[in-house]
Design a protein around this ligand. Structure first.
Ligand SMILES: Cc1cc2nc3c(=O)[nH]c(=O)nc-3n(C[C@H](O)[C@H](O)[C@H](O)COP(=O)(O)O)c2cc1C
Length: 304
């Protein structure tokens, strides 16, 4: 899905007039008519689903009550899912976590100075700084694998240690690393190149509705969830837990970014379809759950 298609469908579903949609999308009456014809079945499907979407939050809370849960796949004896998604591609080793000099900032300072930062300096992050950020939110301090169970343990908590989150980075400015989309391997602490080139950057920025910080940041963290990892144990209640897990990872990143004289901004406003396409995910077995932009703070200019 591209931005124009999304905007057309969104505005149509909101009941906006043809005139206002043409104006917003900057398209002619002819182009509008073409879109209308082409997207009629998609729009019809959206309008049908919309009726069900009403009060879905309340229904979700209600139906993920323990009383409605059946036996989980784990309880049924189904084989355990892997704790990490296998990924192949060019690898970049990151500085070992144990050797990273930790910045001198107190927890009190990090918490009290944290703000959503949407403007960044042009300074790149060093590989040590990137390594530190990943250590804070995604790194696996332990990996345990047996026939019965496979888990990672990280610096953030996760319901049942299921850790359903995967971490992708869109790197723009990290010293010695070419811009591109990378997958982070939490056990091996390395990056795997997924894709580079201008197209992937455009897709990610547009997928985040062109919010300015997504094209100003040094790195965009994109967390995905692999729901079955948690569902295997907690069935549908897992959809509560995955989002809580993502919040833990994000807050650690937020505070770690403060510690390197940087900052972060969380992003929940993104287009599901565009982000799935950008990362080549099916959007169900694995989907984008949370995004964060990170960069160094702009220098403070004092006027005398
Ligand atoms: C779940 C979540 C989603 C958010 N999504 C966005 C977003 O899409 N764009 C944005 O500019 N800020 C986003 N934010 C940042 C909030 O706007 C910000 O935290 C809030 O305004 C409070 O400001 P502070 O973080 O500086 O204290 C998000 C924050 C959270 C927790």
């Amino acid at each position: 899905m591209d931005t124009k298609t999304f905007d057309y469908l969104y505005n149509k579903a909101q009941g906006d007039s043809a005139e206002s949609i043409m104006k917003e999308l900057e398209i002619t009456a002819e182009e509008y008519a073409q879109m209308e014809q082409k997207l009629a079945p998609v729009l019809a499907e959206i309008m049908k689903e919309r009726a069900q979407a009403e009060k879905i939050g309340e229904r979700f809370l209600h139906l993920t009550n323990y009383l409605y849960m059946g036996k989980s796949d784990q309880e049924k004896g189904m084989h355990r899912p892997p704790a990490i998604k296998p990924r192949t591609g060019d690898q970049i080793a990151l500085p070992a976590v144990a050797t990273i000099p930790l910045p001198e900032i107190t927890l009190h300072q990090a918490i009290s100075q944290r703000r959503s930062l949407r403007k960044y300096s042009d300074a790149p992050l060093s590989q040590e700084e990137l390594s530190f950020l990943l250590w804070s939110c995604s790194w696996a301090r332990d990996f345990r694998s047996s026939e019965r169970l496979e888990i990672t343990l990280r610096n953030v908590p996760s319901a049942g240690a299921r850790h359903p989150l995967e971490t992708y980075l869109y790197i723009r400015r990290v010293t010695g690393i070419k811009p591109g989309l990378y997958y982070y391997h939490p056990v091996k602490h390395l990056l795997v190149l997924v894709m580079n080139g201008p197209e992937i950057e455009r897709k990610i920025v547009e997928g985040c509705f062109c919010q300015e910080m997504t094209s100003a940041s040094a790195v965009n963290f994109i967390w995905t969830a692999v729901p079955y990892r948690t569902i295997w144990r907690y069935d549908q209640r897992s959809y509560r837990y995955m989002y809580l897990d993502a919040g833990h990872a994000a807050q650690n990143l937020h505070l770690a970014a403060e510690a390197i004289d940087g900052g972060a901004c969380m992003i929940g406003a993104y287009c599901d379809e565009m982000m799935s396409e950008a990362l080549d995910l099916d959007g169900t077995e694995e989907f984008v759950i949370y995004i964060a932009t990170v960069g160094k703070k702009e220098p403070v200019i004092t006027v005398h």
